[in-house]
Design a protein around this ligand. Structure first.
Ligand SMILES: *Cc1c(COP(=O)(O)O)cnc(C)c1O
Length: 396
């Protein structure tokens, strides 16, 4: 285990039921390498052998730890990884990830050009001017840089809105770097009440077709991320899909009349926090900043060694739940920076030093990032990415 290498022993606390395994950190996540691998295999089997899967490990692999996740995926045969920035790509190369191509979806800025070349990164390019930049970079370095041109087909974020004719004119005078991919990104792939995905695909296909007629065809076309895979929008799969959320066990809920989900993926991460204290409160006692919770009767409470600095949303104050001794129980009062108070009136089994589950399964009970997101007024991606750096990642 990664943290054993740092000299910290695994604590196995018998009996091996709820307290099956505990790591010596106040707040930590257990990431199942096997579950990540299974999710990847599931994505691969859904898209089939003709379609490559680019594994999206940006944002520290959605909180799961980019390097370790990239190692697992590389060992599973992933040929493509995708990150957001040059910096994230450099971190992977620095960590020994050499076998896979790395697509930098956020492209590069002028000062990052040298790193693109040195670390063999494949940038997404978002404008005609950037095609010229990457071409100059290839000419200057003498290296055959490959890039993927991103088309803004209606997301209105990154990507060029240039016409096929303008793209062709630029390609005609940029002969050093080569366009390996044409890509776009969907804004509403899980929304079956919206025509936006069909409109985006039509726009993208028109551009690809016009380029093809002029003799330019990129080896890879790619438009789909998790939701377009999960709901089987096969017309958007082309030669490559970009899967992030699915690798971590999630597909967004659909809107409208969606076809059945093809993906069978499960969360790979369990998030725990230790109780620092357990104590009794008399009726009428107030809890936390602002005294926003008042004990309606005498109760037992637990104080967790984790707060919003660990990624427990402040919005969960007086509304969130955690799993303690196998049961869902309420967060009491405001979540503070380093501490969160919970109701333990249902159990006498827990004491200082014991673990409580913030995300994951314990006994019959489970809490996932989508459930948490609903209560916190956000999305599951936001929950996963908010588990902060001080929460230790433990790989099992
Ligand atoms: C983040 C991202 C993805 C992955 O999306 P998921 O919904 O997590 O699968 C794919 N493509 C682009 C351009 C992205 O920014």
């Amino acid at each position: 285990m990664a943290w054993e290498q740092s000299g910290i022993r695994l604590c196995l606390v018998p009996p091996f039921t709820i307290k099956e395994m505990s790591a010596p950190f106040r707040s930590y996540v257990l990431v199942s390498r096997e579950q990540i691998a299974r999710n990847f295999r599931n994505v691969r089997s859904v898209v089939g052998p003709q379609v490559e899967v680019a594994c999206v490990v940006k944002a520290d692999a959605y909180g799961h730890g980019a390097l370790e996740v990239a190692r697992v995926l590389s060992a599973e045969g992933a040929k493509w990884l995708a990150v957001s920035s040059v910096d994230e790509g450099v971190q992977l190369r620095g960590g020994g990830i050499h076998g896979a191509r790395i697509l930098v979806m956020g492209g590069f800025l002028a000062y990052e050009g040298d790193a693109v070349v040195e670390f063999d990164l494949t940038p997404a390019i978002h404008s005609l001017a950037q095609i010229r930049d990457v071409d100059r970079l290839a000419a200057a370095s003498g290296k055959p840089i490959r890039y993927h041109l991103k088309i803004d087909s209606g997301m209105g974020r990154l990507g060029t809105r240039a016409s096929a004719a303008e793209i062709l004119a630029t390609l005609a005078d940029t002969r050093h770097a080569s366009m390996e991919g044409l890509m776009t990104h969907f804004a509403s792939a899980a929304d079956y009440t919206s025509p936006q995905t069909a409109a985006q695909l039509a726009y993208f296909h028109d551009i690809c077709q016009a380029l093809r007629l002029a003799g330019i065809s990129a080896p890879h076309l790619h438009t789909s991320s998790t939701n377009a895979i999960g709901y089987g929008r096969t017309e958007g799969w082309h030669t490559l899909v970009r899967a992030g959320h699915a690798l971590y066990g999630y597909v967004s809920p659909a809107r409208g009349d969606a076809p059945p989900r093809l993906l069978d993926v499960k969360p790979a991460l369990t998030w725990k926090a230790k109780l620092l204290a357990v104590k009794e409160l008399p009726e009428g006692a107030l809890v936390g900043y602002g005294g926003s919770f008042r004990a309606a009767r005498a109760m037992r409470i637990g104080i967790l060694g984790a707060g919003y600095a660990d990624g427990i949303f402040h919005r969960l104050s007086n509304r969130g739940k955690v799993i303690a001794d196998g049961k869902l129980t309420a967060i009491l009062g405001t979540v503070s920076m380093d501490l969160t108070t919970i109701d333990l009136s249902h159990t006498t089994a827990l004491a200082a030093g014991d673990d409580v589950t913030l995300l994951g399964t314990e006994g019959e009970c489970s809490l996932d990032a989508q459930q948490l997101a609903k209560v916190a007024g956000t999305i599951s991606y936001n929950i996963l990415c908010s588990i902060s750096a001080r929460v230790r990642r433990v790989y099992v």
